[in-house]
Design a binder for this molecule. Structure first.
Ligand SMILES: [Zn+2]
Length: 316
């Protein structure tokens, strides 16, 4: 059935099966959602999902948007035609830029990614500019998106970050390339690694082995960080400022799942560590899909961790 993609409005092939809605959109790609959730999507959520998909666009593969239980139901009744990536609304919300300055930084990095060379013309879109509409009425929706996009473009132009070439294309100016260089460099130079794990005596030896594997990095573990603030905002700040995250999952530490999810939502690499015995007893399902360092003895951790960091973080 031909219908508009509810995220972006492009004409799409939409299928309703087993209580799920599957949209094959030319812009968003293929994405799936439980019908009940689909019917209740707020405009704000649609905007955020649309931007998230745009900024994380993969070559192939579907997105399943919803809760883990809904994803399990989906996998139980529909044979996927390609890789399906699970995406929770928490991940989308954690990733979505909180401030105007954060939006500008993300936009500049994306424009740099789209530029084949300095001076290249780059096509802009509402998704790229976080030009979200607040209305469901088509005409005013277009109009408010237009105003929101123009607001960002005017700012970038006034700050000498871009030159507007025509209605759809812009060029990044030298000032923007300096800013992009700073942003990329601060990411490269960042040596902070956030470790999510259970605290206390029983995990002390394990903690030492993880630190050994992280030699050369600035290891950030919540109970070792001096802070005067509440623990949660401080923790989110630490994750946001880390280069990557280690999540140790052997001790049924729900916090580690939460922290890993938050880091993933921010686009950070997460390395999971888990004991063999715990893995056999059945890990939390969406973690079981990702690459996990498995150990039978904690003495194996430093070497395995170093190798994994080389492969997934340093050689990227
Ligand atoms: Zn779409």
């Amino acid at each position: 059935m031909s219908e508009k993609c509810v995220l972006c409005g492009a004409m799409s092939e939409v299928k309703y099966e087993y209580g799920f809605v599957m949209t094959q959109c030319p812009d968003c790609g293929r994405w799936i959602m439980h019908q009940v959730k689909f019917d209740r999507l707020s405009i704000e959520q649609k905007n955020k999902i649309k931007s998230y998909i745009f900024y994380h666009k993969k070559e192939k593969g579907d997105y399943f948007i919803g809760t883990e239980n809904e994803f399990k139901d989906y996998q139980a009744c529909i044979v996927p035609i390609c890789d399906t990536q699970f995406l929770s609304l928490n991940i989308v919300n954690a990733w979505y830029p909180k401030t105007f300055a954060d939006k500008i930084d993300l936009i500049l990095l994306k424009l740099a990614e789209f530029s084949n060379f300095q001076g290249d013309y780059v096509t802009i879109s509402n998704e790229l500019l976080f030009a979200d509409s607040k209305s469901s009425e088509t005409i005013s929706e277009n109009y408010s998106s237009y105003i929101a996009a123009k607001f960002i473009i005017d700012y970038l132009e006034k700050e000498n970050l871009i030159k507007v070439v025509d209605a759809e294309d812009i060029q990044l100016l030298p000032k923007a390339w300096s800013r992009i260089y700073e942003l990329q460099k601060s990411h490269m130079d960042n040596k902070n690694v956030f470790v999510a794990m259970k605290f206390g005596k029983e995990t002390e030896a394990l903690r030492d082995k993880i630190k050994e594997g992280l030699a050369g990095y600035n290891v950030r573990i919540m109970d070792e960080i001096e802070h005067n603030h509440q623990i949660i905002p401080e923790m989110l700040y630490e994750i946001k400022n880390s280069k990557f995250v280690i999540a140790e999952l052997s001790h049924h530490n729900n916090g580690a799942y939460y922290e890993a999810g938050y880091a993933l939502g921010l686009g950070k690499e997460v390395i999971h560590i888990c004991s063999e015995s715990e893995l056999k007893s059945g890990l939390h399902f969406d973690v079981a899909q990702v690459n996990t360092i498995v150990y039978s003895n904690i003495s194996e951790i430093p070497e395995k961790l170093k190798r994994r960091i080389q492969a997934t973080i340093e050689n990227k």
